[in-house]
Write a protein that binds this ligand. Structure first.
Ligand code: OXD
Ligand code: MN
Length: 652
């Protein structure tokens, strides 16, 4: 690491001059950070609150140097060069400014079991599970244990390293819906990724300075194992002692030991969802794990839809879909997170707080998501994908793109042969990190500071059995119940092994910043808020692209064909009478889901069947889940919805 820094800092070319950049001579700092020099940026120009945060972090982490990130292109180039020279990233000459990082193989996913919310009382953060049951709706840590966890890991953790200070905005800089953070990190990979994933740099620091806005304090260190031995020089981390801490009362995030994605790019899951959901509850809006897309119908009308699916269930594919139905156009506002607030007319409006896509690579291809493929060939930082001998990338799903002479190196850096190697070429949770503005179908309003108007909310997951392609909720309360009862097959985005059906309410299970029962109450309260403002609530739907037949084959082709489902949803938003009541909600009436010109025959009857036995069991499973996990925190309205569903299913 020190080597990287030497290469990086001597000398800083003139072209980097910026109003935050000072000459290499260290400015005089307050006593408690004497000995640690500011090698890039000017402490004197920083807002006092930022300075204090830096000083506290310096005292704790004892870095050798401080770099105040300005977000300029020149700075980014230098960072990438330094990372390359240290062997931390490999250039991918087949594309334009694209790079590959390989992590320590022990640091490849979010670590939910080591992620904690800190509040005075446990009940503020998490539900009280039934006696003897392990809670699955987040982990609580007491203020004392929080401090202890920090003091066990952070003192001196940046010795020999540079501390980077990254001011960033979640949402367009200056939008009334945006929020600001400052991430302090000792990872250049994180700085380069943050440049893609968030608006960051001098403009954000100016915003803090000029408007005196509060910011979320994010402290991150990749750490060093207790024995002092870093296993993979190019990817320092401390997998044994990873911990991700959130203290909503102080708007504070502290993350140690991992350089990977959601563990280290603290604007994403930690801020935009966990801390974000607590701010949203306080301020009366919603911070959700949702994509946002615009759909234009053949008659030219446009609607925006937000959709919550658990990690790695195709959010990016839906957000960038190429519709097969003629005359339809999809445009992408965001693929992972939505911040939604009612405007003064009671219209729900959403922004994508992010600036880029941190998408799961395997399965992304010219067939499944050509728009993502077009996005990732420029300014992209790949992590843990395989590499081709012509300087490109490869992962499971791209087999058709290979010609016979291309050699592949797998994500671990070993030679890999298609049809020969028994292990995957790319890690199942390997990622591309690309600027959203490079997406060919990015929505023209994606950066509008007032957000886009949301007409419908979709919930969904991987449900191989029993759950129809689409159904609509009977009303808002029923819709909130549907979100609370969401279940899905597990994926590789977190540390789980093997496939099982897991409850993932609102696709937020790993991301709640406060007690899920209170979160449900907050969602229920949205209806009053909207009515008081004179608006209409968005409609709520459940979709399932993943139902399988008796032979284990998917019953619905998915991807671009999902435009047929969006067409039906759009008609329902317009109030078209094209539905049939069922015990679980409203499904398309016969003939109302357009299935003309589908490549394969669809068994519509089976695709929309609602097997009584399955749903009786589903109701029982949901009840057990609520009893075990939510207990007395469950709002009575949600229990009443489950009771009503049970009665309707029993009568089938
Ligand atoms: C993600 C996730 O990275 O949900 O978006 O895990
Ligand atoms: Mn996600």
């Amino acid at each position: 690491m020190p080597e990287i820094i030497e290469n990086f800092y001597s000398p800083i070319p003139k072209s980097v001059a910026h109003h935050y950049v000072k000459a290499l001579s260290a400015p005089t700092l307050s006593n408690n950070i004497r000995g640690c020099s500011v090698v890039y940026g000017d402490m004197a120009r920083l807002p006092l609150k930022v300075k204090t945060f830096i000083e506290e972090s310096v005292v704790l982490c004892k870095p050798d140097k401080i770099h105040i990130v300005d977000g300029s292109e020149a700075e980014n180039k230098l960072m990438l060069k330094a990372l390359k020279e240290a062997g931390a990233i490999i250039p991918l000459p087949k594309y334009d400014n694209c790079w590959l990082a390989r992590t320590n193989p022990a640091d490849v996913a979010r670590v939910e079991s080591k992620t904690f919310i800190c509040t005075e009382n446990r009940e503020e953060a998490i539900c009280t599970p039934k006696a003897g049951v392990q809670g699955s709706l987040g982990n609580w840590i007491s203020p004392k244990d929080y401090d202890d966890a920090i003091m066990k890991r952070f003192p001196g953790c940046m010795k020999g390293r540079t501390m980077f200070v990254v001011p960033f905005s979640m949402g367009p800089v200056g939008s009334p819906l945006s929020k600001i953070g400052v991430e302090i990190t000792d990872s250049q990979y994180v700085v380069c990724s943050m440049k893609i994933m968030a608006r960051m740099g001098a403009a954000v620091m100016d915003e803090i300075l000029n408007k005196n806005v509060e910011f979320v304090k994010c402290l991150h260190s990749v750490g060093t194992p207790e024995n002092g031995k870093i296993d993979v020089e190019s990817w320092p981390c401390d997998p044994e002692r990873v911990i991700i801490l959130h203290k909503p009362a102080l708007s504070e995030i502290v993350s140690y030991g991992s350089g990977y994605g959601g563990n280290s790019l603290l604007g994403k899951k930690c801020f935009a969802l966990r801390i974000g959901s607590t701010i949203a509850q306080r301020e009366g809006w919603l911070a959700e794990h949702m994509l946002i897309l615009g759909v234009t119908c053949p008659n030219g009308t446009k609607k925006y839809i937000a959709a919550a699916f658990p990690s790695a269930c195709g959010k990016t594919n839906l957000a960038m879909m190429t519709p097969t139905l003629p005359g339809y156009k999809i445009e992408c506002v965001g693929d992972d997170i939505a911040w939604m607030k009612f405007d003064s007319h009671g219209q729900l409006r959403a922004i994508n707080p992010e600036n880029g896509f941190f998408g799961v690579a395997p399965g992304t291809s010219y067939e499944t998501n050509p728009n993502a493929m077009a996005t990732i060939v420029k300014d992209t930082l790949f992590t843990n994908v395989a590499m081709t001998s012509d300087g490109g990338v490869f992962w499971e799903g791209l087999e058709d793109t290979l010609d016979k002479d291309t050699k592949i190196t797998d994500w671990l850096g070993n030679p890999w042969g298609l049809g020969v190697s028994k292990t995957p070429a790319a890690h199942p949770n390997s990622r591309f990190c690309s600027p959203a503005e490079h997406c060919p179908i990015i929505d023209p309003c994606w950066e509008d500071s007032e957000g886009v108007p949301i007409s419908a909310i979709l919930f969904g997951g991987r449900r191989p059995q029993g759950v129809p392609l689409v159904f609509e909720s009977r009303n808002w309360e029923h819709g909130v119940f549907i979100g609370s009862a969401m279940r899905s097959e597990t994926t590789a985005a977190a540390e789980f092994k093997g496939k099982m059906i897991m409850n993932d309410p609102f696709a937020m299970r790993p991301f709640f910043g406060y007690n899920f029962g209170n979160y449900l109450k907050h969602w229920l309260s949205m209806e009053n808020r909207c009515t008081e403002l004179g608006g209409n609530m968005p409609k709520i739907f459940h979709v399932n692209w993943f139902r399988k037949d008796q032979n284990g084959q998917f019953m619905w082709p998915g991807f671009g064909e999902n435009s047929r489902v969006l067409d039906w949803i759009s008609n329902r938003i317009d109030g078209v009478d094209c539905f049939e009541e069922t015990p679980i909600g409203l499904i398309p009436s016969e003939g109302s889901l357009r299935i003309e010109n589908l490549k394969s025959q669809i068994n519509m009857k089976e695709l929309f069947s609602i097997p009584k036995d399955f749903w009786l069991k589903e109701v029982a499973d949901i009840q057990t889940y609520f009893d075990n996990q939510v207990g007395s925190d469950l709002p009575k309205e949600i229990q009443a919805q489950l009771n009503d569903l049970k009665t309707r299913v029993e009568k089938m």
